[in-house]
Design a binder for this molecule. Structure first.
Ligand SMILES: Cc1cc2nc3c(=O)[nH]c(=O)nc-3n(C[C@H](O)[C@H](O)[C@H](O)COP(=O)(O)O)c2cc1C
Length: 377
């Protein structure tokens, strides 16, 4: 069994994540590009994610003692070298033959976390086995899409537990597929030999014949969609901490916290599900405020459009415990396999350190709302 990804040289002149994106665009075919890059419908939320981070300004403090500073944070009982995790993303072998193995390996080498997707294109055991023993690695979590077959879902959770995954991330913002115009225009198809390998063996969903006037969505697929009861069911089925991914509304955040979830991930699925859903930087502020007002102390993570170290610092100032990086990690993977992902994460971490130093933050706990708005000081 393959335990280490191949070594590959980085293309020249990649000095930031936008360079990685441009380079990946020239390497991926139009099918893969439409899938990895695209958002839903008019891609308003995809664009809004970026714009919202850009719209926040940093108000630097000067002359503070910075020596001995660091990017370490605490999350779910562990110390992390930096507040970065790679977001769960399906079918990574479509970007590079080393797929999720390279992604996990590079994340671990950089002390960043990795969330492995239910729709990964490599066996969950193979990836865990390759990285769990690596020193200084970040957390390894398993992202779960509840399957129509709850027995199969339970077995999948048991496999993830047995393989050594340390938390479950239940994605709750995709009961249906977003309207992916870009994918449809490109006539997107999974290439031969790439698929959701960890879902193999599951019985197909029961096909209930639709009567005239019935909706394939509401009278079909959505009978299987997860509900709040399923969150409790999942918590009862596992000893692992359960986080919810895809929370935007502050009322949902409070409801989830009341169920005792281990953490929340503010996310609009990278703009791939409900178009015109709010940018995550904006939702994060509301979610953190609602939880604090309700006296609830739950770790809140965020993803969507994070492309610069300054974006990470802004997220931390808004109250995030850590951030997840989606597409840029795919661009790194496409450009140079594990070395490319490691480069993306290294660039982001270096930029974060620079942003901290220039803002007067020796530690990430120094980043508070006053860094974004002097009226909060
Ligand atoms: C190609 C692709 C595949 C994705 N697959 C999943 C998935 O399997 N499960 C999931 O919870 N989120 C999935 N997401 C959403 C990401 O986890 C994450 O929320 C989003 O990519 C963050 O935004 P960013 O790409 O702008 O950083 C996917 C995103 C992309 C771009």
């Amino acid at each position: 069994m393959n335990t280490a990804p191949s070594l590959q040289a980085l293309p020249d002149n990649l000095i930031n994540l936008a360079d990685h994106e441009a380079c990946a665009r020239s390497r991926l075919d139009s099918n893969a590009w439409a899938y990895f890059y695209g958002g839903a419908a008019d891609e308003f939320s995809l664009a809004a994610n970026r714009q919202a981070w850009d719209a926040l300004t940093l108000w630097p403090r000067v002359l503070r003692t910075l020596a001995g500073g660091h990017t370490r944070v605490h999350l779910l009982g562990r110390e992390l070298a930096c507040p970065l995790l790679v977001a769960p993303m399906a079918f990574q072998r479509m970007a590079h033959a080393d797929g999720e193995l390279a992604m996990a390996y590079a994340s671990a080498a950089l002390g960043a976390g990795m969330v492995f997707s239910t729709q990964a294109s490599m066996p969950l055991e193979q990836v865990a086995q390759a990285v769990l023993g690596m020193q200084g690695r970040g957390p390894l979590w398993f992202q779960l899409y509840l399957q129509h077959d709850r027995g199969f879902t339970r077995q999948l959770v048991a496999r993830a537990e047995a393989a050594g995954y340390e938390a479950l991330v239940l994605t709750v913002d995709a009961p249906a597929h977003g309207a992916r115009d870009r994918e449809r225009r490109a006539r997107f198809r999974l290439p031969e030999g790439i698929g959701a390998i960890n879902l193999q063996g599951m019985a197909p969903p029961p096909s209930v014949p639709l009567e005239h006037g019935q909706s394939a969505l509401f009278d079909g697929l959505l009978h299987q969609a997860p509900t709040w009861e399923d969150v409790q069911w999942l918590q009862s089925q596992t000893r692992l901490p359960v986080l919810l991914k895809g929370i935007l509304h502050p009322a949902d955040a409070v409801q989830a916290a009341r169920l005792g979830v281990a953490g929340l991930i503010v996310s609009n699925h990278g703009g791939r599900t409900l178009d015109t859903a709010p940018a995550t930087a904006i939702a994060l502020r509301h979610v953190v405020h609602a939880l604090r007002s309700a006296g609830m102390d739950v770790p809140v993570l965020v993803d969507g459009g994070i492309r610069r170290g300054t974006d990470v610092l802004k997220a931390m100032a808004l109250g995030a415990s850590a951030v997840l990086i989606g597409r840029p990690a795919i661009w790194g993977l496409a450009n140079a396999g594990a070395a490319g992902v490691a480069h993306v994460l290294r660039l982001l971490r270096d930029e974060l350190e620079i942003a901290m130093a220039l803002s007067g933050c020796a530690r990430l706990s120094d980043a508070s709302p006053a860094l974004l708005d002097p009226a909060c000081a």
